[in-house]
Design a protein around this ligand. Structure first.
Ligand code: ACO
Length: 311
């Protein structure tokens, strides 16, 4: 049995905060942010808008696209480092809101690699035949753990949610290979200490610029393809320079990589599923395309999959 993606969805809050808006908040400028990161603007959730609200909107779209009803779900996994509260989990809130009366539910905490951990967990349940339909959502309200006085971090993050429904697909499609990893010794480089995110940007950059290209090539080759065969690369959207390093290592052209970091900044666990959903909706992703999803994040953690698109 092969596990693949049956439907995708995404949702971002309405409020846009541009780099020029950031200039009024901290000592920074549009040129610095754009050239170092590729970010031009980000979305910020309203005060009363919680992570579960963003997650629910994305989840509904993905279920609709998949043609799967809430009560047909067996498991809900929500990847987030910004749950509404530690419990009840965001996944349990979705379970109720979606009428997913037959689903188990848990949150997955692996920072920006969380969606990858969710997809790879879901794949195991589907391939063993234990579960048929699994909803995986990456959702973050990073604005609530952002120190709006720290220019090193506050310019980088944004809020949003992306979702995918996974289930059985035909033998020649679905997830072909994966990699998951963690290195707790690098934990202090990217951590929530007290109320806010703290980051040693240079150390995270060095880790990411090595790990993302390595993992991308690894999953493509483990799936039995040459790295240049990748039709569409969906990297975690943290920094365009890190993303380009992965793309260049694969040896693929710019139009074969999903980019939305310019519009949304780094939305942590939401960034990959948002980009995936956009790729489906704008026609970049087509049946039988070889897709690589790759993420890295706090922990440190990383994860990647190679998959053949389609049911
Ligand atoms: N505006 C203007 N200047 C700034 C800003 C800002 N917003 N932020 C930092 N600077 C200054 C610094 O203080 C430093 O000044 P100094 O030389 O006088 O000390 C100068 O700019 C250069 O800083 P560098 O750290 O050298 O800049 P760099 O080119 O490394 O870019 C960045 C910094 C963008 C943070 C980069 O290191 C990076 O992208 N790292 C990875 C971050 C990342 O991916 N995080 C997400 C991980 S996953 C997750 O978060 C959940």
């Amino acid at each position: 049995m092969k596990a693949g993606i049956l439907g995708t969805g995404h949702y971002v809050p309405e409020k846009v905060l541009t780099n020029f808006d950031m200039e009024k908040i901290v000592d920074t400028n549009d040129e610095w942010i754009r050239t170092r990161t590729g970010i031009e603007e980000r979305r910020i959730a309203a005060d009363q808008e919680e992570t579960s609200d963003l997650a629910l909107e994305a989840a509904k779209v993905s279920l609709e696209e998949a043609g799967v009803k809430g009560e047909e779900l067996d498991l809900i996994l929500v990847a987030t480092v910004t749950p509404d509260q530690s419990f009840p989990t965001v996944s349990c809130k979705l379970q109720e809101a979606l009428g997913a009366t037959n689903a188990a539910a848990m949150d997955v905490s692996a920072a920006c690699a969380g969606f990858m951990y969710g997809v790879i967990t879901a794949k195991q349940f589907i391939e063993t035949g234990a579960y048929k339909h699994i909803l995986i959502v990456g959702a973050e309200k990073l604005s609530k753990i952002t120190d709006w006085e720290d220019r090193n971090t506050c310019v980088l993050f944004g809020d949003g949610a992306g979702a995918a429904v996974m289930g059985p697909v035909s033998e020649d499609r679905g997830v072909l290979s994966f990699e998951l990893g963690a290195d707790g010794s690098g934990g202090p480089h990217l951590a929530q200490t007290g109320d806010f995110i703290h980051m040693n940007g240079r150390e995270v950059f060095k880790f990411a610029v090595r790990q993302m290209p390595e993992s991308s090539v690894y999953v493509a080759e483990k799936a039995g393809y040459a790295k240049e065969d990748v039709d569409y690369l969906i990297p975690h959207q943290a920094n365009i320079r890190i993303m380009d390093a992965a793309r260049q290592r694969l040896g693929i052209s710019e139009d074969k990589m999903a980019v939305n970091v310019n519009k949304y900044g780094n939305t942590s666990a939401a960034s990959i599923p948002i980009a995936l959903s956009e790729g489906v909706k704008n026609g970049k992703i087509k049946d039988d395309d070889l897709i690589v999803l790759v993420g890295f994040g706090g922990g440190l953690t990383w994860g990647a999959v190679a998959l053949k698109w389609g049911k």
